[in-house]
Write a protein of this length. Structure first.
Length: 111
């Protein structure tokens, strides 16, 4: 559950529309049905720039298995992997202030 009701209200107002069939998403549902997933492992492994991973510790999508795979393939040192407590998949909805602070820290370390 989102503890920032104003964010949910904003998302609802801008993501749904009222039609003769009721409330529906504004986005095209066919996009996800037709999306072609590509294996980007080789590209990811070949990146020369520093990579940071910020994820929600409570994410049901970003599993421990996916975390382990991503850190291995990306050769990510522990200090570049940041788990945000209390956040699920959408960090900026679940913990927006913590997310912003973590990004600020990353940007400071890069300058």
């Amino acid at each position: 559950p989102c503890k920032n009701e104003f964010l949910l209200k904003h998302i609802a107002q801008h993501s749904f529309k009222n039609t003769s069939e009721g409330w529906v998403l504004k986005s095209d549902a066919a996009i996800m049905r037709s999306y072609q997933y590509e294996d980007l492992t080789e590209i990811f492994m070949g990146l020369k720039c520093p990579i940071y991973l910020v994820y929600g510790l409570m994410s049901q999508i970003f599993s421990q298995e996916l975390l382990d795979y991503t850190t291995y393939v990306g050769n990510l040192p522990e200090e570049r992997v940041i788990g945000i407590p209390g956040a699920r998949h959408h960090l900026f909805i679940d913990e927006p202030l913590v997310f912003v602070e973590e990004i600020k820290k990353l940007l400071k370390t890069r300058n």
